[in-house]
Design a protein around this ligand. Structure first.
Ligand code: ACO
Length: 428
């Protein structure tokens, strides 16, 4: 029998069913709350609100568990490539060898940009923000693939999914090449997804770039660790935009905009800037932490809305960063500073009392730096990684119960006011 939660209001008792999760937190189903009681709920930041039912990613923030389609992130990180992870997130299960081959072929078939799109890069200033270029160009893809507007066409949809995942990497690399005044390097169909991206970023017409196995592995890891994280800010944005039956390209373009913010995907840039200023010894770690505790600044890369312990992605990344630097024989003062900062913060009561631990962004900038990715591309790299998650959520939101996302509000503005003719209005 379904368990009920009772709500007493104005002398009446109302009952609402508790919905069972397959694992993890259960929910009170308040879909009939307003109709039955005339009440709505107030939950700024949605910390207590499940906006949907989802079967893609499971996060347990108290225990530090993250699973994609049921598979623990540590196992995904150890055994899968980014492309394999993308397929699994989007289509719901681990792909067979032949499904992987077909998907890889589709990605290769879609890796070029329409030549018409290249003019878009010419129009942006050289120092244009890569995240704004990325969202604008991804949104423009719909002009070149209008068939995706018909999402009942399964073949067109499969192609559109592959097109976004494949082209986003070409767009990112081309925008970088344009900004630094280098010629575009076209994708090489013989190379794997990550190898190809590094080739487009760093090959020269007279000097092909061959990344090391370690670099390709590290990039795969970076991307797959960012591939999904259930109903975060950018994913919720994609689902909300998609709920208006907005096309896939424009929905994920809005996700890119949401990801840009410093409290979300933009944190990887903020972490890097923080570590850099500490390395330049503008202040010591204890002095910086004192300012954090006075709430003058935040310790970027620490804290998470859901995780109240170590973010499992941060643990995997930290290990990978150390391995990569070791394999490439690079020593990085930033990693030493990050470790000093982490140890100092974890031992401090301010962070202990608030359950603030390193999140995925704390070490992600260092791995990107080791891959020679420029700082202004860090959040772009996150967006490339998050693309499969956004697509999976857009698809899920378009199946089953489809309802336009339209929250309510607690109105605290003026009640009905009188109109005053313009010439009679006095300053308030
Ligand atoms: N540094 C210092 N204090 C912090 C931090 C931090 N990084 N994060 C939270 N706190 C403090 C808050 O000031 C608050 O203190 P109080 O109780 O004395 O008022 C308490 O911890 C709770 O913080 P909230 O802001 O309520 O936590 P919320 O869940 O809203 O914020 C967030 C989560 C935005 C990620 C926050 O921890 C933060 O700003 N972190 C730094 C930015 C960052 O790393 N973002 C990346 C997140 S991961 C991602 O998006 C991929």
């Amino acid at each position: 029998m379904t368990e009920q939660v009772k709500l007493e209001y104005q002398g009446k008792i109302f009952e609402f069913p508790v919905m069972r999760a397959s694992t993890g937190e259960e929910c009170i189903d308040i879909r009939e709350l307003r109709a039955k009681t005339g009440l709505t709920t107030l939950d700024p930041g949605f910390g207590n609100t499940a906006s949907c039912e989802s079967g893609i990613t499971y996060v347990n923030g108290e225990k530090g568990i993250l699973r994609y389609r049921g598979l623990p992130i540590e196992i995904v990180a150890e055994n899968m490539t980014f492309v394999e992870t993308a397929w699994m997130l989007i289509y719901g299960r681990q792909p067979t060898l032949s499904e992987m081959k077909q998907f890889s072929q589709r990605l290769t078939n879609n890796e070029l940009l329409h030549e018409g799109l290249l003019h878009h890069f010419d129009a942006f200033p050289a120092n244009g923000q890569p995240m704004s270029i990325l969202s604008a160009v991804v949104n423009s893809l719909i002009c070149y693939s209008p068939e995706i507007m018909d999402t009942t066409n399964e073949e067109a949809l499969r192609n559109a999914i592959a097109a976004i995942i494949s082209k986003v990497r070409t767009i990112a690399a081309f925008s970088y090449r344009k900004a630094v005044g280098l010629p575009y390097v076209y994708p090489d169909p013989q190379r794997s997804y990550c190898d190809n991206f590094l080739h487009m970023m760093f090959s020269l017409p007279n000097k092909p770039h061959q990344p090391t196995e370690e670099a390709i592995k590290a990039l795969n890891l970076f991307l797959l660790l960012h591939a999904d994280h259930e109903q975060n800010c950018s994913t919720s944005t994609v689902r909300i935009v998609g709920s208006a039956e907005t096309n896939l390209f424009s929905s994920v373009a809005s996700g890119i905009c949401a990801l840009w913010g410093r409290l979300h995907g933009g944190a990887n840039v903020a972490v890097f800037e923080m570590l850099q200023s500490l390395v330049q010894e503008k202040e010591t770690v204890p002095q910086f932490i004192e300012r954090v505790k006075k709430k003058e600044v935040r310790l970027m890369g620490f804290g998470h809305r859901v995780y109240k312990t170590f973010d499992p992605r941060a643990k995997v990344l930290k290990k990978a960063v150390l391995n990569l630097l070791d394999a490439e024989h690079v020593s990085d003062p930033l990693i030493e500073k990050a470790q000093e900062l982490e140890q100092y913060a974890l031992a401090d009561d301010y962070f202990k009392e608030r359950n603030l631990y390193p999140n995925v962004d704390f070490y992600s900038g260092i791995i990107l730096r080791a891959l020679k990715i420029p700082l202004n591309m860090y959040t772009v790299m996150f967006a490339i990684g998050r693309m499969p998650g956004w697509i999976a959520h857009w698809l899920e939101g378009n199946q089953g119960i489809r309802r336009l996302a339209r929250p309510r509000q607690l109105y605290i503005g003026k009640t009905e006011t009188k109109f005053v003719p313009l010439d009679l209005r006095m300053p308030e």
